[in-house]
Ligand binder design. Structure first.
Ligand SMILES: [Zn+2]
Length: 380
């Protein structure tokens, strides 16, 4: 009897120790996919990974929405597309003014959190969306851009990407004068410099140029999966020295070193379906293919423990003040088992507790580190 009472007491103590933390995710692509799906994100959706209802259920308090298009939209189109996606976020906020608000600073984020309103922020993914124009950079900052990912997979004339640097054929990898000018301008505008997707030469040039701490909005650990989109240990250390934060990406292909090979085979086996889905859904065809063959694609997903290993490794190398969450939800076709949507973040906290992480440490990873670096970049 005594031991039963003791276990019950212990359970109560453990339960009360599991706190709700401010939760910020720095990378979600739903605004770009919404152009295809036309989903109303204020209502519960059966497709994709995000809507306001599921965000509330998962304890998500703030989201940086990624604004993205690929390089096929060139000058004269990419900036317009960025504005179109921002318009759709503004419209969503207008339809749900009590539930959500656009925030432009750490102070505004804290205020929204206090009011129980979902805080939305804007990150532009891909320097090509400013079309090499400083006035476009200024204009997007004015509309709420709080980070710019200097490149997507494609390089810009002023910054080279991880994909292009990996070819080994670039004559001048890294930032050029214009690139350095853009980084400095971002520092003064309060737009965080995002080094996810850039190559190592650009990464090093950014750290030599920036006067503010920088972010990797959605990148995981290279030493656990040597993918060019992940950060090497020396990069994680350099980022920590700069005061920066690396936000872990959930995508199965960045987490599990075996995923790519499995996926390639899957795509070859279903090439016909993929071809017809491509015509309908463009870059979102792989997501649709996974839905079509759910049992088969589910089998390819890595266990959640593998994602936790990435977080733990990044904390061990960069330090607890330099790691956060940047899921890449709605931007990838596969995530570890158990992570199906924004309802599932609490599972990460549960796993971190099992590894011995204290509530203070989990609080830093979930939102504290973002709040700190946001305040350091935006003085308002
Ligand atoms: Zn990305």
């Amino acid at each position: 009897m005594k031991s039963l009472l003791f276990s019950l007491l212990l359970l109560v103590v453990l339960k009360t120790q599991a706190q709700k933390h401010l939760l910020v995710d720095t990378h979600n692509d739903v605004l770009s996919s919404q152009l295809f799906t036309k989903a109303d994100l204020g209502k519960l959706q059966s497709i994709g990974n995000f809507d306001l209802i599921r965000a509330a259920k998962g304890g998500l308090d703030a989201q940086v929405f990624s604004i993205w298009c690929d390089e096929t939209l060139g000058d004269g189109q990419a900036f317009a597309r960025a504005n179109e996606e921002i318009d759709s976020l503004y419209a969503l906020i207008k339809r749900n003014p009590k539930k959500m608000v656009l925030v432009n600073s750490a102070a505004e984020l804290k205020q929204a959190y206090k009011q129980g309103r979902f805080a939305a922020m804007i990150g532009i993914e891909g320097g090509h969306m400013i079309e090499d124009r400083m006035d476009y950079l200024d204009s997007l900052a004015k509309r709420g851009m709080r980070y710019l990912t200097l490149t997507w997979n494609n390089s810009t004339p002023w910054a080279t990407s991880a994909r292009d640097e990996a070819t080994g054929k670039l004559k001048h990898p890294g930032l050029n004068d214009k690139g350095r000018q853009i980084v400095r301008r971002m520092n003064t505008l309060g737009v965080m410099v995002d080094i996810s997707h850039v190559g190592e030469a650009t990464f090093n040039d950014v750290l030599a140029t920036t006067s503010k701490p920088v972010i990797a909005s959605h990148s995981s650990a290279y030493s656990l999966n040597p993918h060019r989109r992940n950060l090497k240990d020396e990069q994680l250390k350099a980022l920590a020295k700069n005061g920066g934060v690396a936000f872990v990406n959930f995508y199965s292909g960045f987490i599990d070193p075996d995923y790519d090979a499995k996926e390639q085979l899957f795509l070859i086996n279903h090439a016909k379906d993929l071809d017809s889905l491509n015509k309908l859904y463009g870059p979102y065809a792989p997501m649709k293919l996974n839905e079509l063959y759910k049992a088969e694609s589910d089998k390819m997903r890595p266990p959640l423990s593998m994602l936790i290993q990435h977080i733990d490794h990044m904390v061990k190398i960069a330090g607890i003040d330099h790691v956060g969450i940047g899921s890449d939800f709605d931007g990838s076709e596969s995530y570890p088992i158990g992570l199906d949507s924004v309802t599932d973040y609490p599972k990460i906290a549960v796993e971190l507790r099992k590894l011995g992480y204290k509530e203070e440490a989990i609080g830093k990873i979930f939102g504290g580190n973002f709040l700190r670096i946001f305040a350091e970049n935006v003085s308002k």
